[in-house]
Design a protein around this ligand. Structure first.
Ligand SMILES: *[C@@H]1O[C@H](CO)[C@@H](O)[C@H](O)[C@H]1NC(C)=O
Ligand SMILES: *[C@@H]1O[C@H](CO)[C@@H](O)[C@H](O)[C@H]1NC(C)=O
Ligand SMILES: *[C@@H]1O[C@H](CO)[C@@H](O)[C@H](O)[C@H]1NC(C)=O
Ligand SMILES: *[C@@H]1O[C@H](CO)[C@@H](O)[C@H](O)[C@H]1NC(C)=O
Ligand SMILES: *[C@@H]1O[C@H](CO)[C@@H](O)[C@H](O)[C@H]1NC(C)=O
Ligand SMILES: *[C@@H]1O[C@H](CO)[C@@H](O)[C@H](O)[C@H]1NC(C)=O
Ligand SMILES: *[C@@H]1O[C@H](CO)[C@@H](O)[C@H](O)[C@H]1NC(C)=O
Ligand SMILES: *[C@@H]1O[C@H](CO)[C@@H](O)[C@H](O)[C@H]1NC(C)=O
Length: 650
């Protein structure tokens, strides 16, 4: 009797000791970790350049390259903005110059519409918006102009034909030269329908062409409209009939970034209806999927559990919760996921929760970023050093078991850490970036409106680089303020910058300050050295070099051009539901090549007109009224300050 008791007592002591052993990280510790991540990135990036470029991906064991998604040097494009995040502007410029020499993405290859959007369009848009920061020579009219923006639009135009379906939900595959391949399946996964609004919205706001944003919105409304009576979405849907062909509802594989984009799209584009859709979905998720802070798979019609697994991809969820200000819920779920990481040293693709073991044939870890992504967000929100430790766990595992002489390899089986000859491009785009940002507490990405850059545009002054970056689902950061610089933006000066000193507090954002002082995680006492933010808001306005091309643009031809485009926009402004004057839409040549299945020439404009006319998935107009604050005409760089989620607390 006594022995077991003593035993238990010891066991208890032991556990208590472990859980309390959150170490303190000094500033120096963080810098060391950050530099280790930087080395990790360069080891993989330089190997890609040496052994694999111009192929899509590096094979880190055979030390060569391979095309995987579309023979468009995917890793180069995907890694580009990580260079900027790490401050390597010279290499950033070199790669941008390589890409800018490309005129289009015309190629007879079948590509995934989803992957091409998040990796290529997302990567190009992000690099386009970071060009000023990286010291690139800018084209007149930037950010509403530029070679990378044109390339991104070229790719989007090649993808947009996928949306020409009965419901407006897209096919999963297109041929970059000829459109939707004959006999292409009409079944698409939920994420493949609902993961466009961040990139397409950005494109529309920068180019002034409403096509992309409206088409992406239509697909989101379509999904929402097809939710079950329980408010749940399945995994695969037939885009013509709207019938669900896979009826498991979950937050992971096949669905994940749909939820992510409702939240991020809402923040980036100031669209309250997206947040409303998220809240609706969220109610059902919490009711049917959530068990002890895990999220299961359930039948979308009956609600009973069909698959009690955690998927590696699920780990994005705490990050999204932190975006809407729910750090406590997020932390509890993150603890669960981190435990799985600690059990194997990696998270397997599937993990059976009741049996606490990796799923059969789902034991791999392809260097995924989702867990570190959530850790990064939550660390920004809480400053809890436990999260630094969790991040360091991830760094250690990857260094220990994934590193090869020429890169980092996928783990084929988390139980024995056997390697596989693959390094997905998201390792350089996401995993290394989020790790770096976790440890680099002063990175410009973490700016919360404390400083910005004022630029002169054809539309008047606007502010860029003020922070609040919204990452697409491939971790390509989009500067939300820049979206206010182009077409349809208010003509008047957004802000009287002469009163900047007086308005310092506004820059900071009161709500954020309040929120931070309310946050009381275990970190508060120990974390003196983990000071994430400067105490004082530094309002450092850096006027852009007025001698450069942007200012001069006023005198050039193109300034006249953009001014006349503006004229169109002002009409648009007075009537927010209509867009582009339809007069003379000249379509690029390649649309001639893209034939629809009926053999008719595809016209994106006609497709858009059809969506508007049919109005199959009407919006709920009461939604917008629920978000006065979100949709108020505040400064763009104040509106979004997103990672604490103040604007979304109902
Ligand atoms: C930038 O990246 C290139 C290519 O990896 C490398 O040669 C160069 O040293 C890097 N520069 C800095 C400042 O890190
Ligand atoms: C694209 O897919 C279609 C249909 O599956 C196929 O017929 C065609 O050969 C493919 N094209 C390429 C370049 O792989
Ligand atoms: C924060 O502190 C308040 C009061 O001290 C307490 O009620 C609350 O539970 C704490 N929250 C957390 C997450 O520790
Ligand atoms: C913070 O770090 C410095 C050295 O970097 C150390 O001297 C100091 O004691 C630390 N403070 C706390 C509260 O740990
Ligand atoms: C801008 O041009 C003026 C006159 O041409 C010159 O005096 C000034 O130094 C220039 N400024 C910069 C930052 O190059
Ligand atoms: C630009 O437009 C203004 C008036 O609209 C005109 O006076 C000027 O000549 C134009 N400049 C060029 C370069 O076309
Ligand atoms: C605004 O749009 C509505 C409906 O699309 C149209 O009837 C009306 O004429 C438009 N108003 C203006 C000022 O263009
Ligand atoms: C619109 O949304 C509100 C809740 O936000 C709901 O009460 C109402 O029933 C919805 N209206 C329609 C037509 O769906």
């Amino acid at each position: 009797m006594l022995l077991p008791l003593i035993h238990k007592w010891f066991l208890l002591l032991f556990i208590v000791k472990i859980t309390c052993a959150v170490r303190t990280y000094t500033k120096d510790d963080l810098i060391k970790l950050r530099e280790e991540v930087r080395e990790m990135f360069y080891h993989a990036y330089d190997s890609y350049l040496r052994y694999a470029y111009p192929y899509d991906e590096l094979r880190p064991i055979s030390c060569d390259g391979v095309d995987t998604y579309g023979s468009y040097s995917l890793t180069l494009i995907d890694a580009l903005d990580t260079l900027a995040v790490m401050g390597n502007y010279s290499e950033f410029q070199r790669v941008v110059d390589i890409l800018s020499a490309k005129t289009d993405f015309d190629a007879n290859i079948n590509v995934s519409v989803f992957e091409t959007n998040i990796r290529i369009i997302g990567g190009l848009l992000s690099a386009h918006l970071l060009s000023n920061k990286a010291g690139m020579k800018l084209e007149p009219g930037w950010p509403c102009n530029g070679p990378l923006l044109r390339l991104a639009e070229d790719v989007a135009k090649r993808l947009i034909v996928a949306f020409d379906t009965k419901t407006g939900m897209p096919y999963g595959t297109v041929n970059l030269h000829s459109g939707v391949p004959k006999g292409e399946t009409t079944v698409t996964c939920t994420a493949g329908v609902g993961t466009f609004i961040v990139e397409f919205g950005t494109l529309s706001r920068l180019t002034g062409d409403p096509l992309y944003e409206e088409v992406a919105m239509n697909a989101l409304y379509a999904l929402f409209d097809h939710r079950s009576q329980l408010g749940l979405l399945g995994n695969h849907i037939d885009i013509d009939s709207g019938r669900w062909t896979a009826q498991d509802a979950g937050i992971g594989s096949g669905v994940d970034s749909y939820f992510e984009y409702l939240v991020k799209g809402s923040i980036l584009l100031q669209r309250p209806e997206l947040m409303e859709m998220f809240y609706e979905a969220r109610k059902s998720i919490d009711k049917y999927l959530k068990r002890d802070d895990w999220y299961m798979w359930v039948s979308m019609t009956k609600g009973q559990i069909t698959l009690p697994v955690f998927q590696s991809l699920d780990a994005f969820w705490p990050g999204v919760l932190s975006l809407i200000g729910e750090t406590s819920n997020a932390m509890r779920t993150l603890h669960n996921y981190h435990q799985v990481w600690q059990q194997y040293g990696f998270t397997p693709e599937f993990y059976y929760i009741p049996q606490t073991k990796a799923g059969t044939n789902k034991e791999s870890y392809p260097l995924r970023p989702e867990l570190i992504e959530s850790i990064m967000y939550l660390y920004r929100a809480t400053g809890d050093p436990y999260l630094l430790q969790a991040g360091e766990d991830i760094l250690r595992s990857i260094q220990h078991s994934s590193k090869t002489p020429c890169g980092y390899a996928t783990i084929k089986d988390v139980r024995d850490h056997i390697k596989e000859d693959r390094m997905e491009s998201f390792f350089l785009s996401e995993t290394t970036k989020y790790l770096y940002l976790l440890f680099d507490t002063d990175n410009f990405i973490h700016n919360q409106g404390n400083y910005g850059t004022i630029i002169e545009t054809a539309n008047g002054q606007c502010v860029i680089d003020a922070g609040g970056y919204v990452f697409n689902t491939e971790a390509h950061p989009i500067d939300p303020a820049a979206l206010q610089c182009c077409h349809g933006a208010a003509k008047s000066n957004l802000f009287n910058f002469k009163d900047l000193e007086k308005n310092k507090a506004l820059f900071r954002g009161d709500t954020i300050h309040q929120r931070r002082s309310q946050t009381n995680t275990s970190s508060e006492k120990a974390a003196e050295n983990v000071t994430v933010e400067a105490e004082q808001a530094v309002v450092e306005v850096i006027p852009i070099d007025l001698n450069n091309s942007i200012a001069k643009a006023q005198d050039t031809d193109s300034a006249n051009q953009s001014a006349s485009v503006e004229e169109d926009d002002s009409e648009e402004d007075s009537n927010t539901t209509t867009l582009v004057s339809v007069e003379e839409i000249t379509l690029p040549d390649f649309f001639g090549n893209i034939l629809s299945s009926k053999g008719k020439v595809f016209s994106p404009q006609e497709m858009l007109e059809r969506f508007r006319r049919e109005n199959k998935f009407p919006r709920n107009t009461t939604w917008e009224n629920n978000y006065k604050l979100l949709s108020c005409k505040a400064q763009p760089f104040l509106q979004r300050i997103s990672i604490f989620g103040e604007f979304f607390n109902k």
